[in-house]
Design a protein around this ligand. Sequence first.
Ligand SMILES: [Zn+2]
Length: 102
Amino acid sequence: MSILTCLVYNLNYGIRLSGAHTSETSIYNDLYWPLFFYDMGFVLIVPIILIQIVFGIVIDSFGELYLSNQTLKDDMKNICFICELERDSLEKEGISFEQHIQ
Ligand SMILES: [Zn+2]
């Protein structure tokens, strides 16, 4: 068994069966407690990390959508969509931005 096969086996059965190495091992076996904590890692740590990754992706996506929407609203309030002059440059010339865009 190669190390890659071992890793795939552990991830596959570890996630699907929430560890399940301990159930086949006697409590008197020297490997019981290391396997117990390894299984608890699958029960507690792996799902938490996977959930955080999914939430992170979702929150990041919505954050980008919100930011692009906010940028669009700022552009609509401060830039003329015909000549692309900004509100500040128009008001420096003494022209009201509201009158310019009508
Ligand atoms: Zn204009």
